[in-house]
Design a protein around this ligand. Structure first.
Ligand SMILES: Cc1cc2nc3c(=O)[nH]c(=O)nc-3n(C[C@H](O)[C@H](O)[C@H](O)COP(=O)(O)OP(=O)(O)OC[C@H]3O[C@@H](n4cnc5c(N)ncnc54)[C@H](O)[C@@H]3O)c2cc1C
Length: 332
């Protein structure tokens, strides 16, 4: 039986997390078809999906399927599953992926396993390893249902852009049955970031905690993030003190990040923070306390005052950039 996967995209850019889910769907299909679902008009994803083993693309099309709506997407998926009856659906464990799948599961009365880090197909069941308690506990479980629903924990990787052209993919339009008064929540405004990268997708995150001391103390962290093409994050102490907005918070009750490099400045590494950054490939801790949990768990650590270390790193990056550009480095 086929295995479905959900492809989220933002103007044709597919997040790496969806391609990771697609790979797992392919492994679970074990020779059967892998079929993708997109909501709204297909922005030309055929070539990308075909190159990743998808044979059929289900395009969910309805006048209510415009911008993101968890209820509409979830209900549409539930109806598609009822019609198509795949062995299962694998979606990325992103905010949207988890939300759509939870909606579809509740509406289809099917079980959903979220935050999976490994899934294998056995006769009659899928065997899962799930990250629980923010990733501190790994749970082995078995999922038995006519259609099994899982989301997988996103890892680091590159997003992929749609590329127009023939793909050989079978495209099927699915029109869900949705009444006009069905919508209870909908997206009313979309604010584009002027520039920069988002915390969730940044390859480098420079994060600050109590040790940064104030909102002004974040200026060197912003400078460092800018130089590295990254985003600024923070601990809950920084948001509770009003130094940073909650959207910058990393952790259990904030954003979970998985960058190539996470630089933790003046952050102790409490469990609730650690679960938000433990997916980073490399962690650099800058802390005055060599015994702080963030320091002992980090890949690299600098024992020192964040107010001295970060400006020194910024100055060194600028000095090297000057040399590379053939400029005379500024005197310290
Ligand atoms: C239900 C619940 C949910 C939570 N969710 C989150 C969450 O999502 N994210 C989160 O971050 N927290 C969360 N917390 C809070 C969490 O438990 C910690 O209190 C918080 O992470 C600590 O933030 P911190 O590391 O900035 O501060 P502290 O723990 O006070 O650590 C400050 C660190 O800075 C170092 N330091 C001090 N001065 C300097 C300096 N000048 N230079 C360098 N280092 C210095 C210190 O040595 C220390 O290690 C949650 C708590 C609860 C109960």
């Amino acid at each position: 039986m086929s295995v479905f996967t959900i492809i989220e995209h933002d103007d044709g850019v597919v997040p790496a997390a969806c391609l990771q889910a697609l790979t797992i769907a392919g492994e679970l299909a074990a020779g059967d078809t892998v079929e993708a679902v997109v909501f709204g008009p297909d922005p030309g994803l055929g070539s990308v999906l075909a190159a990743n083993g998808v044979t059929t693309l289900h395009v969910v099309d309805h006048e209510l399927v415009t911008d993101y709506s968890p209820e509409i997407y979830g209900e549409s998926l539930a109806q598609l599953l009822k019609q198509a009856g795949p062995a299962g659906v694998v979606a990325a464990g992103t905010d949207r992926g988890n939300e759509i799948m939870a909606q579809a599961a509740a509406r289809s009365r099917l079980p959903l396993a979220t935050n999976c880090v490994a899934v294998t197909a056995d006769p009659g069941a899928w065997t899962l390893t799930r990250a629980r308690v923010g990733g501190l506990l790994l749970e082995d479980a078995e999922l038995t249902a006519s259609t099994k629903l899982v989301t997988v924990v996103p890892g680091p990787g590159d997003d992929v852009s749609a590329s127009p052209g023939a793909s050989g993919l079978l495209t099927q339009t699915f029109v869900p049955d949705l009444a006009a008064d069905f919508v209870h929540s909908r997206l009313v405004e979309r604010t584009e970031r002027g520039s920069g990268v988002t915390l969730a997708t940044a390859r480098v995150v420079v994060s600050g905690g109590r040790g940064v001391g104030s909102s002004e103390g974040f200026a060197p962290l912003e400078e460092l993030a800018d130089l590295l093409g990254g985003a600024v994050g923070c601990s809950r102490v920084a948001t509770s003190n009003g130094w940073r907005p909650h959207s910058d918070q990393v952790g259990q009750t904030g954003t979970k990040v998985s960058p190539e490099l996470y630089i933790a400045c003046g952050i102790s590494g409490a469990t609730q923070h650690w679960v938000g950054c433990m997916g980073a490939k490399t962690i650099l801790a800058i802390n005055t306390d060599p015994e702080a949990p963030m320091v002992t768990r980090a890949t690299y650590a600098v024992t020192g005052d964040v107010h001295e270390v970060v400006p020194a790193v910024v100055a060194e990056i600028r000095r090297r950039a000057d040399i590379r550009a053939g400029r005379r480095p500024a005197l310290a």
